[in-house]
Write a protein of this length. Structure first.
Lengths: 349, 349, 349, 349
């Protein structure tokens, strides 16, 4: 850490900074410039906050020169984390995994039908919401436990592992009972109780970036999960909130190579939320794979007109099938390929 | 709601929109322009989402012309909601309430000492965090239950009612046992389970705007609480995340008159988080009161240098005392005055 | 346009809106709902602003349902505009054009050497700044006219057409003398005098999106150029300013398919500025082409360490050559190919 | 400046950084930590950019510890700059100056009438646009030279000095002929040619913050003017672009105390653009003065319904008169008062 003193800071103020740092077990390196003095602190800064020095008399500001996350960092673990999903697919390896399905589970027959359709087009994980965080208390809030059961039925019918959102700590055990991947939604990125709870289960977790989450905050939230024992965390870019209103969100594809370079955890891209507009999803799915994403998560619905939620950004079966062909070509152009579902890999529960 | 058809939409597509709306019990008004057709929908739109029409063939976009919140709206309830806090002060009436105290409860003696100090300077509510949401899992997470007990001790000693944050659904009952106002933090603005839980208790709630929360989303979140039965909700502006880095957050004071005009709920301003810098807090406290805030919540610490969190934005006792004098002058200039603590109003538990 | 009246608007107020619209030659369609009245206006709204009605008594708000740009819109002109650059390459057709070179022209030998190097790697347009807009008045401001002459020398030596920035109206004639494409920088997106000036020359223009420009504003600025007679406008996505600081800008790739769907003008992507970090440029160049960009503009420098500006985001020759191979594979995967320089196409001045 | 080396940087790489810095005349202080090495550079860094080091092999990042503006900084000049406007009022001293008038000059009689009205209510400077930067090329672009003449007529009639916008370098001499304060609009904050041009005239300048301008960029732009010889620069906060859409802009009042603490230049607040909504202007005018603004600039129109631009945010005469009374009370509460127009101070041209 670097502590920058104000112009005119007194020797006593500088001395106080040095003593405080030394009491914390740090080595100090004061540098006396013409108009300013700077004190560099070296050692184990893991538990030390900038605030400890920011507030001292004579201090202008502090700067941290090491990232505060540790277990999620590629420095700590240079090799990619590869996450096995129910013995069916691996996320983070050479193959690109496509997760697809409706925004919300609407009925048993609906989810089973969609599962077959997306499997036919090449998806290897089924998505579907049972618990829905909705902006309005008057909107549809999801089917709940019934939805989880229907997802399990769809898995039974097709062999596709299932990803679904868990919104509350108290639901973690129940959702983990049914799901193969637990999704933490954007609104809950910093719901630390929930992060700790999913850190204690054995199922893979997909953590979505908050709508105004910084990349380093996303990594700190992953750290909450990993430091509780669960290393199987996928990071999901799903668009951020900016001033631009032509799209529902601004899809920050820069985050994909940044996360790949900074962390060993796999990166999932969500072009459905990243754009909010069905007609942009194919182009941005291609772009996400070209940028290095390990997986895509996509909303697909047989009749978006009748979807209870997110219809505007859901693909029809036909659009999804076309997209899969196009994305496979991009995958090949970056020396990867789409994961393929093989019957003998089927998850038997 | 207004449904705008694409140029070239067919009569069949327009007809489908009209039929769907009529099945929902709405009256329809198609308007045929030279290049576009628009269908206006009139009636009770409370449970109807824009998505229902957005996804239909031939539809370009939809626009809503009524706010989706209802119980929190001033249209529904023209008079200000005035919230009685433990029989000691009222928030939302002519008096301006100042809540002050440390970011975190650090010890029994610390919180009691600060309570006396802020009371002496004119504060009428004591703030202090027992459960702390922290970006890093390695940071101090608060004293927990012990912190709640110490807050209760400080109330006992001074008579000041207490506001403290509740972070998880499962803590609501426990925190409500000790606190006079339950605070929902910015990261939890859209933690709907938590909102519903505090909607079912009898204690006043202060709901903080999320770091990227839109004003209308803040009102929708208030609606989650109010629609569960608890009308005693204060809305808190605490700064939003923008590209500007000179301050910790961008303090959106525009939100104060917008909220006062749109809703009947009281508005609290948090200049400590709104700026993140102690030296800006006095100016922005004055500005918030001049803009119409009903209350201020401020971080005060006897020795910010030693604070375990948020020291950079905490006021010293002396700075706080000076601020109170200056704010009282602004209050007078807008025909209000600071709430005063009277011994006979003391909350006896 | 839709004019939404306040609840409780009087018949006289509604009548005033109707009369005003009719005086403007519009047809009006009042719709009387239970709690609100809406007046739809139909006809030629080109010269009519929302403000005319926003301000009237009893009006709550207005909404526009047609885009305000016209000549730049794909509705007006369904086929892609294909821009011939000096008879050497075409931008907006099936081929993807790569423009490359240093941020700033630093010397005659430097720019000629780089021109050869980027041509060898497959670039077909040379970029280089002669006039540099710099945040600080104390920074290097570019070589000016000398820089233009050196660019022309580099064109002479290699046959590559040249793109360079024009910062001021008074420079337009001079820069047009030397450059094959006039670049309008992000800071000048809304410098309307400059836009009108380049609208009157015969050279192609590349218009960069402002650092906080909305997509529709970018199109309005293109409209300023096109409506002055110059249809040869390329739109350039170069990253926007958001709260994220891990990258210099947030590269808004969503803008690429949005612009391609909304407008007939070609779209250029600038991954150098879009990321600000050399190590992200290859991934984001691939992503931009996968998303549908018609061209890339990239910063390349033989020794970024010694570059006078933007070294942090400049590629070395070797990195650029590798990138070109990778981008060509992505181009093939979307049924396009990189433009190739053919000697007989050489621009003879 | 601080140069942070990558983990694993070689001694040769560190040596190269040190040699380069020493060639630049800087003193260097290498600090060898357990996992990282940092090199602190001390000396005159005015002409040295971070880029020079950012790009070197083995460098992770650099950090600047001194602000890059100099003449605009309060460190350089501790006392407030007080700007005399045409001998009539002083901006930056104890008195608060209110500038008021229409968005656009619409006719000779209009501007004279408004000048009398705002003078009667207590304004001491007349605002009015002759050249209007408009988002659409099809919108009203201002009256131009005629508008300037009418403004001069209104000054003649009332004695009020005049502020008006200059949009282009070539207009500077002409506008300076008529105006008492030259306004640089938000879209032109970084139009460096224009900044240099107004830096060479003798008239005071009001520089508006760009819609996405950072506070430090605003100060750098002021530096462009001041370093050209014109110290009479007022900084204007007029709202920034964020994700919030309830208001036209987010009025960043934090900027007022930040600018007052960082710079010696006077600060003007523009609540009309800062909110975009007439009903918010009174509250935010009070807030701006409470936060420390030295002046307000406000849009006033006799019949906003008929205004050719910005009617939605213009105050009526009556609203303006009420606002002036309320703002005077806030001024008194911060020990200031509104500037008063005295006949013998009248500017005779």
């Amino acid at each position: 850490m670097i502590v920058i003193m104000k112009p005119g800071a007194t020797a006593a103020e500088i001395g106080a900074v040095i003593r405080k740092a030394e009491q914390m077990g740090l080595k100090t390196h004061p540098i006396y410039g013409d108009s300013r003095t700077v004190v560099a602190l070296v050692g184990d800064l893991t538990g030390i906050t900038r605030e400890s020095f920011d507030v001292m008399a004579g201090v202008l500001q502090t700067m941290r020169i090491q990232e505060p996350y540790k277990l999620a960092s590629r420095t700590t673990r240079p090799d990619n984390t590869v996450i096995d999903v129910a013995g069916v697919v691996k996320v983070g390896g050479p193959e690109i995994v496509v997760m697809a399905g409706p925004c919300s589970v609407e009925s048993r027959s609906q989810i089973i039908e969609i599962a077959h359709a997306v499997k036919d087009a090449g998806a290897t994980v089924l998505r579907g919401g049972a618990f829905k965080p909705r902006t309005s208390p008057y909107d549809f809030q999801g089917m709940g436990l019934k939805g989880l059961e229907y997802l399990a039925d769809a898995r039974e019918a097709t062999g596709l592992p299932v990803i679904t959102e868990v919104m509350r700590e108290e639901q973690v055990a129940m959702v983990a009972e049914y799901a193969d991947i637990l999704q933490i939604g954007a609104r809950n990125m910093q719901n630390y109780g929930l992060l700790q709870a999913v850190g204690k289960v054995k199922k893979p977790v997909m953590l979505k970036r908050g709508i105004s989450g910084m990349i380093k905050e996303l990594l700190m939230c992953a750290e909450y999960i990993v430091s509780n024992g669960n290393y199987n965390v996928m990071l999901c870019e799903r668009g951020i909130r900016t001033y631009e209103t032509a799209t529902r969100n601004t899809f920050d594809l820069n985050a994909i190579p940044v996360l790949k370079q900074t962390s060993h955890l796999p990166v999932v891209a969500d072009p459905s939320h990243g754009t909010g507009l069905r007609e942009l999803v194919p182009a941005m799915s291609r772009a996400a794979v070209a940028a290095g994403a390990d997986a895509l998560i996509l909303e697909v619905h047989p009749d978006p007109d009748q979807a209870v939620s997110d219809g505007r950004q859901s693909l029809t079966y036909k659009e999804f099938a076309t997209l899969m062909v196009d994305v496979a070509r991009i995958a090949a152009a970056v020396d990867r390929n789409l994961a393929v579902f093989t019957e003998d890999a089927v998850h038997v529960k």
